[in-house]
Design a protein around this ligand. Sequence first.
Ligand code: SF4
Length: 292
Amino acid sequence: MVDAKLVEDLAVDLLRLAAIELPSDVKGALEKARGQESSDIAKANLDAILENIRLAESMKRPVCQDTGLIVFFLNVGHDFGSVKGVPEAIAKGTKRATEEIPLRPNAVHPITRKNSGDNTGAYVPILNWSYVEGDYLEITAFPKGGGSENMTFFSMVKPGEGIAGIKKFVIDSVISSGGQPCPPTIIGVGVGGTADLAMKLAKKCLLRPIGQRHSDPEIAKLEEELLKAINSTGIGPMGLGGNITSLDVHVDYAHCHTASLPVAVNTQCWAARRATARIYKDGSVEILSHRR
Ligand code: SF4
């Protein structure tokens, strides 16, 4: 059985890494975007974002004041063994991280709006489980900012509208979001399945590194076309105009009912925080997202 204290400590470490240091693909994409901007205001916004990232790392402070609602993705290897106690250990780690890093307590009761004070509560931290081949437990901390999560959209597109209907819905969603999700964003799109699965896919594909295309060439082509269309809107960094509104678009799909075409959009802000590590069956730990 997995060592609960090891999981708790790793949850704290991953939340710290995610909150303070953006993954290198995100930093690289923001630097590339700076080189692609022509207007002074877009350049100034990206300079401020890049300076913010540099200061966060050097001062060991969270990269944004909104340290997010705490979300984790867990891949359990078939040969890893029991994961008994993991949810409790991650919740403990979340409470500790809130105090030690510190993180802003963001988790409130949806009706009373009473803040739990420690980033935990009903179903929070949110745990998304998958099962994979291997002898490890892979944990990704994915704290999700409120401004970008609020820019989430869902539509049951008419199947007859096909790919044009999917594109229109995604682009309309991005245009209606404007500067609210703190662009340049990453746009996650889930197509097919049931409504809940489409939404899950839209969020999960935000874990994919920027620039990595879907393995299905049709989906990869759709990603490229959507990215080009979104960047032609001129929304730009922080919504103040520019060439780069999104750093990337990631799409994933599931087969769906012949009568349906569910499409979900989940937006990630420039503070695209994620940190991943594996615990192997022998108790060793490997950080995957932040290599030095
Ligand atoms: S949307 Fe992202 S960058 Fe903007 S305030 Fe929220 S967490 Fe921070």
